[in-house]
Design a protein around this ligand. Structure first.
Ligand code: SF4
Ligand code: SF4
Length: 110
């Protein structure tokens, strides 16, 4: 029977099957990443967010879920201004965290 609409594909993620190797490496470099409670304070203060879609909160979640392309796309919009580091209630140095993520990708390209 055609109702004229369809059900959206499931966005379920099987965490046992996704590649979380980069997030594991990030945790080695930045143990504080586990302190993130996804509050979004970093994203709401980011001056680049509105124009580029950059969000530290979303980058961390994307890496946890193995969504590499999504994370890289957002990271390209970061200006490394460090404003997000000043508002994190967990005291995470988000600017340094972003640099560590870039370092991981740079290491892979060498
Ligand atoms: S402000 Fe800190 S705790 Fe909140 S989402 Fe950003 S990194 Fe995570
Ligand atoms: S360092 Fe990057 S993510 Fe953080 S506030 Fe600045 S532009 Fe946004």
């Amino acid at each position: 029977m055609d109702f004229g609409f369809g059900i959206a594909p499931s966005s379920t993620i099987n965490l046992d099957k996704v590649d979380r190797s980069r997030f594991t490496r990030l945790h080695e470099l930045e143990p504080d990443v586990y302190k993130c409670m996804a509050c979004g304070s970093c994203s709401s203060t980011c001056p680049a967010g509105r124009f580029s879609g950059m969000s530290v909160r979303k980058v961390i979640l994307a890496l946890q879920r193995g969504k590499e392309k999504e994370a890289v796309r957002m990271l390209k919009g970061c200006m490394l201004c460090g404003k997000c580091s000043m508002v994190c209630p967990r005291g995470i140095n988000t600017r340094h965290l972003i640099l560590s993520i870039c370092r991981i990708y740079n290491e892979e390209q060498q």
